[in-house]
Structures are given as structure tokens and as C-alpha cells.
Design a protein around this ligand. Structure first.
Ligand SMILES: *[C@@H]1O[C@H](CO)[C@@H](O)[C@H](O)[C@H]1NC(C)=O
Ligand SMILES: *[C@@H]1O[C@H](CO)[C@@H](O)[C@H](O)[C@H]1NC(C)=O
Ligand SMILES: *[C@@H]1O[C@H](CO)[C@@H](O)[C@H](O)[C@H]1NC(C)=O
Length: 390
């Protein structure tokens, strides 16, 4: 029933390739095409490089997407109409009066509630110029993304049958995320970039990078190189510090913030490959008694030296990324693992703490390290694993 509603809405709107649907979208019934010398003009003082690049990408998508109508003949029936249609020669981009000019990346990495993704786009039917206005370069990027999705191509002509088009748009949700796990399965940087492209086309603004887990530790961390050297699937399946910078820059230029996650204190068996002293119940069997899924292994959260190690590891990763958010995971902790770990029991005994109190001390220390880097810690809202079972 819900699908039926969504699809009928899409077809009713006609602009079949535009998703998400803008807050306000008005379309007409006139044919309009882009002039063969169509250009995008930036009325922005000292435009940042990533805005110039976004404009180049839009120009390239307009020509290379070759989107055709979802009808038999793919637009052949429009041929005569297109031939005699009026055209527009340019799209003019400007920022509203008084808006500061910053790079798209900087705008994308701001506190989520202060990002300005709104834009207004007007495509006339009479052959004058199309106009895109926004409060920030990030808003201009969102508007360019919408603009490039308004057109069909047939017989070398780039056209719409729905001019004029009037759009004002703003996000329904400030956080629009996509999560990728690169620990169970490693994805090359090129695959991540391809994914970031697709995310930007649908205006997703957060890449939640679940980079490490119990299966592998594919992240090179300055000062903690042994973690990936011993904990990655192979030497070819490691994100170097320059790969991370590359991904962060690529994402930022596309309006996407990279929220990295180092899952702790559970999901950490891969750390035992280089630091067995920090891991309780490593690979213990039957795994179902020690973890939500194999291999078992959790940080010894009651140990002061493990707590210190974890806090410095998290700081080192946090320092390498510009996002205001950082995830410490926090999900699916197994109590039996600690009950059966002699060292944890000794640590609890000597501190006089319960496991819950020790977890509190560990969390305050690790989250304190994130806060000291100027970031807000993010965690899973974890249920015990059996609550996920049908
Ligand atoms: C479309 O029109 C052009 C001339 O404008 C013509 O050369 C072409 O053959 C037509 N194509 C179709 C499929 O009708
Ligand atoms: C600019 O921001 C103001 C205040 O949030 C908003 O009312 C306006 O619609 C925005 N302008 C554009 C072009 O998005
Ligand atoms: C913890 O201390 C209690 C006594 O307070 C003792 O019975 C127990 O063996 C100790 N356990 C460990 C693991 O040290």
C-alpha cells in the first residue's frame, strides 16, 4: 500500500529521475531545451575550488547522463516538439545577500543543525535564464544536483516537457545517513567513492563509516600502525592515512560528512592480533556464549591500561577527521565474556567496582577523549542481540 502511494506520487509528478522530491515543486507543460552552448555562470566572489568542481560535474552529467523518458520509443514522439522548443542558454548561481563564501566541504562538516542546505531553483519556459539561489555553497550544490536531474536526452537534445519548473527545497531531516561496514567486507577506495557519488545524487549528507570490527582492522592509525598491520585481512586491505584524507575530501566536496566509528568495547577481537593483553575471551567457543556473533573478543574495560590505550586510540582517529561527530559504537556487550575473564574479575576486585560501574568509568574516559578533540560522541542504541531475533 505504501509502495503504491509512493510510486503513483512519482509518476504523477512526472520528473521521474528527481529524488528526494523537493519540499515545493511546481511544473508546467511547456517543452524547453538547453542551448548547445549552455553554460553555468557563478555570481559568487572567490568561489571555492569544490564549488567550481561541482559546476563542472553538473555540466558533464547534463551531457553524459543521457536519461530518456520511461515510455516506448524513449522520446521519439517528442522529437517534433523538442525541435521547435524554446531554449535556455544559462543557469545563474548566486548566494543570498550577506552569505559567507566557504567551501562545500567546510559547510558539510559544520554542526548538523547549522548546515544550510536550502535552495531555490527557477527554470523559466520562455528562453530567459534559469536561476539558482542559496544561503551557502552547500545549498548551491544541492540545487545543482536537482537541476541536473530535470532533463531528458533524445537525438542529441537535452530537454524537459515540464517547463516552467519552480522549486524551493530544504531537508525534511537534518541527518541523512548511509552506513558502510568495511570490516566484515573490505571495499577499495574506488568503491567507496562510487558509493559517495550515489549518496550525493540523492542528497544523503552523512557517511557513517563502520570501519573496523572483530573480523578485521583495516584502518591505519598514526601511532597505532600495528593494529592494521596485524589485524587487517591482508596488507592490500588497509585504508592508509592518506586514503582516509582522500575519502574525507571526496565526500566533503559532495556535501557529505564522514562520521567514523571505532566500535568499542565489544566487536574488537581484531585488536587481539596486535594487543592480546587488551582483549577478553578472544575467539572463545562456543561463540554464542561470549558474543552476538563470532569471533568473540571485547576490550578489557575494567583494566586501567586498556582504558588508557582505547582513549588514546580514539583520540588519534578523531584527530584525523574533521567531522564534529565520532562514534564509539558501544553495542552488544557480552557480560559472560567478562564473568569468565580472570583478569577482568581481578580488575573489578581490586577497584571494588561492579561491571556496570567499570563500564561507566571506561565510557567517561573514552568519551572524554572524544570531547577533548572538540567532538560529540555517538553510540548505537543497542538492544541485547536476542531482541533482534524473530
Ligand atoms: C528527430 O528529428 C530529427 C530532425 O530534427 C531527425 O533528423 C530524426 O531522424 C528524428 N528522429 C526520430 C527518431 O524521429
Ligand atoms: C535562506 O535562509 C533563510 C533563513 O533560513 C530562508 O528563509 C530562505 O528561504 C533561504 N534562501 C534560500 C534561497 O534558500
Ligand atoms: C575477588 O575477591 C574475593 C574476596 O573479596 C575473592 O573471593 C575472589 O577470589 C577474588 N576474585 C578474583 C578473580 O580475584
Amino acid at each position: 500500500m505504501r509502495f503504491f502511494t509512493v510510486f503513483s506520487l512519482l509518476f504523477a509528478l512526472g520528473v521521474q529521475s528527481l529524488w528526494p522530491i523537493p519540499r515545493s515543486l511546481q511544473t508546467g507543460t511547456s517543452a524547453l531545451k538547453l542551448h548547445k552552448d549552455f553554460d553555468i555562470r557563478l555570481n559568487v566572489q572567490h568561489p571555492p575550488q569544490d564549488l567550481l568542481d561541482a559546476v563542472s560535474r553538473t555540466k558533464s552529467y547534463l551531457v553524459n547522463d543521457r536519461l530518456q523518458r520511461l515510455v516506448v520509443g524513449r522520446g521519439a514522439a517528442d522529437n517534433v516538439t523538442i525541435h521547435s522548443a524554446k531554449f535556455i542558454s544559462s543557469l545563474e548561481l548566486s548566494l543570498v545577500e550577506g552569505a559567507a563564501v566557504q567551501s562545500i566541504a567546510v559547510e558539510s562538516q559544520k554542526e548538523i543543525t547549522s548546515r544550510k542546505e536550502n535552495y531555490a531553483l527557477s527554470v523559466p519556459k520562455d528562453g530567459s535564464t534559469a536561476v539558482l539561489t542559496a544561503n551557502s555553497t552547500l545549498g548551491l550544490l544541492r540545487g545543482l544536483t536537482t537541476f541536473e536531474q530535470l532533463w531528458y536526452q533524445f537525438n542529441g537534445e537535452i530537454y524537459t516537457l515540464e517547463a516552467p519548473v519552480e522549486i524551493t527545497d530544504a531537508p525534511a531531516y537534518p541527518y541523512r545517513g548511509f552506513m558502510l561496514d568495511t570490516a566484515r567486507n573490505f571495499f577499495p577506495v574506488s568503491d567507496i567513492k562510487r558509493t559517495l557519488d550515489a549518496m550525493s545524487w540523492v542528497k544523503i549528507n552523512t557517511f557513517h563509516w563502520h570501519v573496523v570490527d572483530s573480523q578485521s582492522f583495516p584502518l591505519e592509525v598514526a601511532g597505532f600502525e600495528e593494529l592494521s598491520q596485524k589485524g587487517a585481512y591482508s596488507a592490500n586491505e588497509i585504508y592508509s592515512t592518506s586514503d582516509v584524507q582522500d575519502i574525507v575530501e571526496y565526500a566533503g566536496a559532495r556535501g557529505i560528512d564522514v562520521l567514523i566509528e571505532i566500535d568499542t568495547p565489544g566487536h574488537t577481537a581484531a585488536i587481539s592480533a596486535s594487543h592480546p593483553e587488551h582483549i577478553a575471551c578472544n575467539d572463545a567457543l562456543p561463540w554464542g556464549d561470549f558474543a552476538a556473533e563470532p569471533p568473540a573478543g571485547q576490550l578489557r574495560l575494567a583494566s586501567p591500561s586498556t582504558t588508557k590505550f582505547t582513549a588514546s586510540l580514539l583520540s588519534a582517529v578523531a584527530r584525523a577527521l574533521p567531522s564534529r561527530l565520532f562514534s564509539t559504537g558501544g553495542d552488544e556487550l557480552n557480560e559472560n565474556c567478562y564473568a569468565k575473564d580472570p583478569q577482568t574479575q581481578a580488575d573489578l576486585n581490586s577497584s571494588g567496582r561492579t561491571l556496570e560501574q567499570a563500564l561507566d568509568v571506561f565510557t567517561q574516559a573514552t568519551h572524554g577523549a572524544i570531547a577533548a578533540e572538540g567532538k560529540t560522541p555517538v553510540v548505537w542504541e543497542g538492544l541485547p542481540y536476542w531482541q533482534y531475533l524473530p
